[in-house]
Design a protein around this ligand. Sequence first.
Ligand SMILES: [Zn+2]
Length: 140
Amino acid sequence: MRLSPAMLWRTRIPRYRLVGRECLECGRRHYPPRPVCPHCGSRRLRDVVLPRTGTVETYTVIYTVMEGFRDRAPHVIALVRLDDGTRVLAPLTDVDPSGVSTGMRVEATLRRIRVDGDTGLIGYGLSFRPLMEPRQGASK
Ligand SMILES: [Zn+2]
């Protein structure tokens, strides 16, 4: 798959703001945004800004990666339960695989995920990193 400037532009807002979709029929949320609710099949959905913090429910360490991702092996793919209950599948970053555990607190971050060799375009995608302990008195 090639990255085009138009595609990067189209996907820019959802990725920066972690915008998912909420189903107006069953009330469940999902990410990434899809035109149809994966839970009940409804097409009545609205955009919703998702919380950026959550907990690792489960994870797997991947040692064999695709061309273009070799510098990232091994890497960890986690099922993260955001603080509103939305489950998101995404890579973890800034962490050694041996340091990952279920129940670990994480926060969403934006990372370079791919460089198109021909055009020099850089793609960004969602990943999660360990959540630093909140400072005393920090607002949520
Ligand atoms: Zn639904």
